[in-house]
Design a protein around this ligand. Structure first.
Ligand code: XMP
Length: 522
């Protein structure tokens, strides 16, 4: 897709706290904790220059942890001038060691290190540890090197039996370091420590609320789009729904949404999307019913990868056709989230991910991208979605694969088999919701197999398909565990499917984790 230079997109981020990333596992978590204090936070590379920092005019800076040792050749360092910039700084783990090393203290290489939950002794509660109580509590440690001497002018405010410096500070210069990780939930009073740094020490304004996010997003979109027309592919998922709603608030009827019904959607989904966007929000919505087209392209196809390819390609062609019919749209909405931007390496990342987000639209479509969720984490997207009037149903959608039910029908896809699967799947969804487990599960769905087995119903022999129920817990779909669903729930799902879905005479529960299994069956 031809995208226009990023410089054209107006940058109007609010003032916030910078999280300087040294390759930490927890940088995103730090940024989220800052935002929980209602202060905008932005993750930046350690390569950032002091003048770039000054341009951003942050309330404060947090130096993250990192996997390297400060002694390792080539380990990431920040421009030392940052310590002279008069901006409050908090170093966490590697960040604290960097403060100690750069400003004339001493960091001991290797040693015994400390990992996991550790008891610390607080020596001074007047500064960064002001929220920590007298009584015993634990913090989360994960370090090999240890600070053994603080720089001139710094004081030690906590220690452990192993480490003589667990927290160091120079209140006059507003520079602080902690060896432990306040951002993880295993650290008692970690949230209070970060809130204290952000609100009391940095004196940041707590203005990053749903309302302010919505308002500033609308302004940004209006500034970018001007009087132009915008196209948006709706999938029914939460990200595209929130992105479309925001853009609709910003540009009204200059937004056209496109929903491609492949015939492989969950039961009721197409109707829900139409009722919400065309019915409630009065969005100009193109409902493209392309069921026959997808079904005939899939006749006789059994191979999972071939199915994926056919569904993906047809989706692109349909979208292209619709875009051509509405040829005057200059902008395309993408539901790219902040973690996608960070994970792919910052500013250049958006164009890579955008393809993925709309199912791989081709390179020769000439659109400028509108990405209203680019600065947001998923929980923020959900929050503003609710404030925008989207239903809990939409907000708490479980992830759904692009090829839809197509990769949950093992073997050939026919209308009859789609009906069987969508009927069984609707029962799984209904019962999981009834048991109050919908939000705690990453995904829960039905899979239709290609074999048949013998059964008996009402004294009659049956020969029907088995349905496999799949329910998993996961953080990010990279790994997953099969969910320990209550027997009562499994029993209810099984008996309803057998009784209500013709053609099914057996229900199995998939107890495979990922790895070695994948979440989807195909
Ligand atoms: P697997 O089956 O690989 O799935 O464990 C991991 C996550 O990705 C989703 N998934 C897909 N999403 N297009 C998508 O947009 C696909 O082809 C696809 N295949 C799997 C799956 O639902 C799970 O959340």
């Amino acid at each position: 897709m031809t995208t226009h230079p990023r410089e054209q997109i107006p940058e109007a981020n609010p003032r916030g706290v910078l999280v300087v990333d040294f390759g930490a596992q927890y940088s995103q978590l730090i940024a989220r904790r800052v935002r929980e204090a209602r202060v905008f936070s932005e993750i930046v590379s350690y390569k950032i220059s002091v003048s770039e920092i000054r341009e951003k005019n942050p309330f404060g800076i947090i130096l993250s942890g990192g996997p390297k040792s400060v002694h390792q050749p080539g380990s990431p360092k920040i421009d030392p001038a940052v310590f002279e910039a008069g901006i409050p700084i908090l170093g966490i783990c590697y960040g604290a060691q960097l403060i100690a090393q750069t400003l004339g203290g001493n960091v001991l290489k290797g040693g015994r290190g400390e990992y996991g939950s550790t008891q610390i002794e607080v020596l001074d509660r007047s500064g960064i540890l002001s929220s920590f109580p007298e009584s015993a509590f634990k913090v989360w440690m994960s370090h090999a090197d240890a600070i053994v001497e603080v720089p001139p002018g710094y004081r030690v405010s906590a220690k452990t039996g192993e480490a003589p410096v667990v927290a160091l500070e120079n209140p006059d210069r507003q520079i602080y370091g902690v060896q432990f990780h306040p951002e993880v939930i295993h650290t008692d009073f970690g949230k209070e420590l970060l809130d204290g740094f952000v609100l009391d020490i940095c004196k940041a304004e707590a203005t990053w609320t749903s309302t302010s996010i919505i308002e500033s997003s609308i302004q940004k979109i209006q500034a970018q789009v001007g009087g132009g027309k915008v196209l948006c592919a709706l999938s029914g998922g939460v990200d595209s729904a929130v992105a479309a709603t925001l853009v609709h608030r910003a540009v009204g009827d200059r937004l056209t949404c496109v929903y491609v019904d492949t015939g492989l959607m969950r039961r009721g989904e197409t109707h829900e999307v139409e009722a919400l966007f065309a019915g409630k929000f009065h969005v100009d919505l193109v409902m493209a019913n392309k069921r026959d087209r997808f079904l005939s392209a899939l006749v006789g196809i059994q191979d999972p990868e071939e199915k994926r390819k056919i569904i993906g390609e047809n989706f692109i062609r349909v979208f292209e056709e619709i875009a051509r019919e509405h040829g005057d749209h200059k902008f395309l909405v993408q539901g790219t989230l902040y973690p996608d931007v960070i994970e792919s390496g910052g500013q250049d990342a958006a164009t890579i991910k955008t393809h993925h987000n709309v199912g791989g639209l081709p390179d020769d479509m000439d659109f400028e991208l509108v990405e209203p969720l680019r600065d947001l984490f998923k929980d923020e997207v959900r929050k503003i979605g609710l404030d925008l009037g989207l239903s809990e149903e939409i907000i708490w959608r479980q992830p759904f694969p692009g090829p839809g039910l197509g990769v949950r029908i093992v073997g050939e896809i026919t209308q009859e088999r789609i009906d069987i699967l969508s009927g069984a799947d609707a029962i799984v969804v209904e019962e999981v919701k009834r048991f109050g487990l919908w939000k705690t599960l990453w995904q829960s769905f039905a899979v239709l197999l290609a074999v048949k087995s013998v059964g008996v119903m009402g004294d009659e022999r049956t020969y029907g398909y088995p349905i496999v129920v799949r329910a998993v817990t996961s953080e990010d779909a990279m790994t997953a565990d099969w969910a320990r669903l209550p027997y009562e729930l499994l029993d209810k799902i099984s008996s309803r499917i057998i009784n209500e879905v013709p053609g099914v005479n057996r229900v199995a529960y998939d107890i495979t984790s990922k790895p070695p299994g994948t979440i989807e069956w195909e």
